[in-house]
Design a protein around this ligand. Structure first.
Ligand code: 137
Length: 247
């Protein structure tokens, strides 16, 4: 069973444990986010992962259509992140499946993954990367879920929030290590803590900064401390043209 039950997080995990499997079959090749990030860096561009989300526990709300968002941004980004959590983010499997039909950029399924069923759904929906959150799963679950993601040929992004989680996660060789500056329990954003933590990730891992990134300066700060790629939701959902100043 996942650990760290706490109010809304407990509810999200309970919902994930009961989530019905997507019953379609994948009809999309797998696109590597790793290769896309490396290609962006080779072109001297900041690898941005643009997130599509219409609601969040922090009070974010947007009615932006995913089609125009994806078709505009796919010319600039290294990949997309799609919130599929239903209850607190108004996400869905359907929206990821629809976005997967629109773009050949790598897609990260952003959800609270705790079961193999969710990984099978991610694969069949057309996702290329699956998020795992170290704070909500045990070490054994982390190992099993990373391996299951690998079995499908997908890549894993494991999100950490502190040094203890980092010391555990690096033993299981995820495709990417992400640092989320947003505290899952109180929803506060602490960019300084995130910068310090990203610096501690061993150089052989691709490091992804997540949350709270609003402008080029934020990116430059994280980049100077070792971040390889940048996952941005709210700022791009509010103004997709911001991408021009970020890459
Ligand atoms: P943003 O750029 O919107 O600050 O963050 C992008 C992305 O990291 C964020 O949407 C997370 O994937 C999910 N967000 C939130 C949350 C996770 C837990 C609790 C709250 C939230 O309010 O966005």
């Amino acid at each position: 069973m996942p650990k760290n039950f706490n109010n809304w997080l407990n509810d999200v995990i309970q919902h994930s444990l009961k989530r019905n499997k997507f019953n379609g079959k994948r009809d999309r090749k797998i696109y590597s986010l790793r290769n896309s990030i490396i290609e962006s860096k080779y072109k001297k561009l900041n690898p941005i992962i643009a997130e599509y989300k219409t609601r969040s526990p922090s009070g974010f709300i947007s009615d932006r259509d995913y089609k125009e968002y994806v078709k505009f941004l796919e010319n600039y980004v290294a990949g997309f992140s799609v919130l599929t959590e239903e209850k607190y983010f108004n996400g869905s499997y359907e929206v990821l499946n629809n976005i997967a039909k629109l773009t050949s950029k790598p897609i990260l399924m952003k959800d609270f993954v705790v079961t193999f069923d969710q990984i099978e759904s991610a694969y069949n929906l057309g996702a290329d990367v699956v998020l795992l959150i170290a704070s909500i799963i045990s070490e054994k679950e982390l190992e099993n879920l990373i391996n299951e993601i690998k079995n499908y040929g997908m890549e894993s992004l494991v999100e950490i929030h502190d040094q203890n989680e980092l010391e555990v996660v690096i033993n299981y060789n995820p495709s990417f290590v992400g640092v989320n500056s947003r505290n899952l329990f109180n929803l506060s954003i602490d960019l300084n803590n995130a910068v310090k933590l990203i610096e501690k990730i061993p150089k052989n891992f691709i490091k992804i900064a997540e949350s709270g990134l609003k402008n080029r300066n934020d990116i430059d700060i994280f980049k100077s401390h070792g971040a390889d790629a940048f996952l941005i939701g709210s700022s791009l959902m509010k103004d997709p043209h911001l991408i021009i100043s970020l890459i």
